[in-house]
Design a protein around this ligand. Sequence first.
Ligand code: GDP
Ligand code: FE
Ligand code: FE
Length: 200
Amino acid sequence: MDRSEALAFVQPHLTKSRFEHTIRVTDTAIELAKIFDASIEKAELAAVFHDYAKYRDKEEMRRWIEQEYLPKDLLMYHHELWHGPVGALLVKREIGLGDPDILNAIRWHTTGTAHMTILDKVIYLADYIEPGRSFPGVEEVRELASEDLDAACFEAAKNTISFLMSKNQPIYPDTFHAYNHFINVLVKKNWRQQNGKVGK
Ligand code: GDP
Ligand code: FE
Ligand code: FE
């Protein structure tokens, strides 16, 4: 499936501004995929479909979570978190896109999780830093994003958690798992650098 075909599938499901966001996420994801050597074709499709379920009716999403093999604990958290996992399910069922790499990237794009693939991180980050985003801290993440994918994801996870805590919002466990994973990765990387070990 090429980009224009994919965009034609998502457009009816999105508002104009969400569709424009999707295009910016797609361009950003392709740039990141080039830098960090992820599949450009998969990054493009995952980005186009990442918010596919964003405007699904809340009760419909609730039913998908109840009926399908999706984590039930999602139901105890804000419905904003549902469109990633439900989106991955619906992109498979309704569009017939079965690539597990693409579906996982869609699934985790909002919360992140531990042990994300490069593609997962590219989509997580592209959604966070696309040029239309202008919240505090985004510029720092943009700068890191061209150098160190893990450091950029760490900053994004940290900012998200700080923001949610400042609003007294509940935080989904995978959002914390992402944060904890990335801080461990960064500590290991720093240790290797300080001890003269080369490589990632
Ligand atoms: P969008 O779909 O392009 O608007 O972006 P996202 O899918 O990344 O995020 C939607 C919202 O979910 C953002 O406002 C995030 O701050 C929020 N979010 C991310 N992680 C969590 C979490 O663990 N708990 C809650 N309540 N919100 C979260
Ligand atoms: Fe989203
Ligand atoms: Fe998005």
